[in-house]
Design a protein around this ligand. Structure first.
Ligand code: SF4
Ligand code: SF4
Length: 469
């Protein structure tokens, strides 16, 4: 397929029924590939290292689902704080939209886990079999002992990578201690003593990693990932895209070294840009959903241009306005301000909510079976369960008090409640009302919980009722 010159960069529709061959990209180096490798493997290292970082004696990032406590460095979140997660997801979505409007699919090419793991798995094939031509030849070879051995070696390394990925993923939820302690020796083989949900999660994550990075690869981007499809909605004429300079390159064609026939453009039709493409497409056809904008074709073509002595940039990062309309790209445009305003509002809201947040939670539940009763001293008694949760990163002792009110007094089983960091406790509390003083019906009450140093205190209202007397 060859694109036609027009006032737009041609957009190639994806053919979902196309029977594509396995892609074996040629590995190259170059300006963008160096940035890409650094960015991808720095993110991978961060993913692997983060669960091992300790903060105040505990795993710094730990989504402890079984106990419904979620720790992010100095902050503890409970299930009822999940609205923070929703806001974080919104911030991430708007940040991605903003980046996409400007830099196109930079996320796909430089940071997406699918891209990183696919790159890693393909690199294993390169190490075991060799570069592109050897891998293509290897696929066509009949089965023999050497081929079986190399295949087995690749599958084994993929399996190890998949297990490491799955265990790291699960360690964000189970905690590293639950995962790496309590291994038993069965003969000479260490065997983990994991609960069922850990086994199931590790199997699911390891299987998904193996299949996605080992087999699905670019098909995930083309057939499944919705983000690639959104791009046509988010892109505008000023979005940065990897594009082939059709005017400069066509008509393409081979030529003798050191010559430039007048009837030919700058593209020498060497197909290097296709050979290095991790999704196996030809960027010369136009803008495509399968293009993850990794810029491997930019580096490859620049290298070719250097060799034949033509200027670099036949394939380059550009915008439709620059390439087709020959005008400078606009940086400040309405979408920028719209996304920036939304992001600023959301980030401001989160910062305010986090700084204003008291790391002490109280929840008052009434005893539904017995709203009120008359005790031996002739006082009306209401019973409550006060749930205290210490959301700080250190141990504290808390006291509970009743806002002074004529005719009402507080009865607690414990004067002081010591709680470890992240610990919760259900404290039974009674409030006594003097029937000679207290009005018949419902009276609002306020309970306050204060830490021993007075630093944290939280109040909550409930009602005292004479109902049933
Ligand atoms: S690498 Fe450059 S010169 Fe070679 S085929 Fe691609 S666009 Fe043409
Ligand atoms: S066409 Fe170029 S930028 Fe797009 S995925 Fe292929 S190599 Fe990467």
């Amino acid at each position: 397929m060859s694109a036609q010159p027009s006032n737009k960069i041609p957009v190639v529709e994806v053919d979902l029924n196309a029977n594509k061959k396995r892609v074996h990209p040629r590995f190259i180096t170059g300006f963008y590939q160096n940035i890409r490798v650094i960015s991808m493997y720095a993110l991978l290292a961060l993913f692997l290292i983060l669960p091992w970082i300790r903060y105040n004696g505990r795993q710094a990032i730990w989504f402890d689902v079984p106990s419904q406590h979620y720790y992010i460095f100095g902050m503890t979140f409970l299930t009822q704080d999940f609205y923070f997660l929703a806001v974080f997801a919104l911030i991430a979505a708007f940040a991605l939209f903003m980046v996409t409007v400007y830099a196109g699919r930079v996320w796909c090419g430089y940071a997406c886990p699918q891209t990183i793991w696919t790159h890693m798995f393909q690199y294993v094939e390169k190490i075991v079999i060799g570069d592109r031509n050897k891998r293509i030849k290897f696929d066509k070879e009949p089965m023999n002992a050497k081929k079986v051995f190399k295949r087995f070696l690749i599958y084994f390394i993929w399996f190890v990578f998949s297990m490491i990925t799955a265990m790291t993923f699960v360690s964000y939820v189970s905690g590293t201690e639950a995962l790496y302690q309590n291994w038993q020796m069965i003969g000479f083989i260490p065997f983990p003593d994991w609960s069922t949900w850990i086994w199931v999660s590790i199997f699911i994550f390891a299987f998904s990693t193996y299949v996605n990075a080992g087999y699905m690869r670019e098909q995930m981007c083309i057939q499944i990932c919705p983000y690639g499809r959104f791009q046509s909605v988010m892109f505008d004429k000023d979005t940065l895209i990897v594009s082939y300079d059709y005017e400069r390159g066509e008509p393409r064609g081979a030529r003798k070294k050191g010559t430039h026939p007048e009837n030919l453009g700058d593209c020498i039709d060497c197909t290097m840009c296709v050979q290095v493409c991790p999704t196996g497409i030809d960027i010369r056809d136009g803008l495509q959903v399968a293009c993850i904008q990794c810029a491997a074709c930019v580096d490859a073509c620049n290298e070719v241009m250097d060799k034949v002595g033509y200027p670099r940039g036949l394939i380059r990062y550009t915008t439709e306005r620059q390439l087709v309309e020959k005008e400078p790209s606009r940086v400040l445009r309405p979408r920028f301000f719209a996304y920036l305003t939304l992001l600023a509002v959301l980030c401001g809201g989160v910062v305010y909510a986090l700084t204003d947040r008291v790391p002490l939670e109280i929840d008052i539940r009434r005893d539904r079976n017995q709203l009120s009763s008359l005790n031996q001293q002739g006082m009306i008694e209401n019973s409550y369960i006060v749930k205290l949760t210490n959301k700080t990163q250190s141990a504290h002792t808390y006291k509970i008090s009743l806002e002074p009110q004529e005719g009402l007094s507080l009865g607690v089983r414990f004067n002081d409640v010591p709680l470890e960091a992240g610990e919760s406790f259900d404290m039974p509390v009674s409030i006594y009302g003097d029937p000679k003083v207290i009005e018949f019906g419902q009276t609002p009450i306020t309970l306050t919980v204060t830490s021993e140093d007075g630093k944290y205190n939280v109040s909550k209202q409930n009602i005292f009722t004479t109902q049933g007397q």
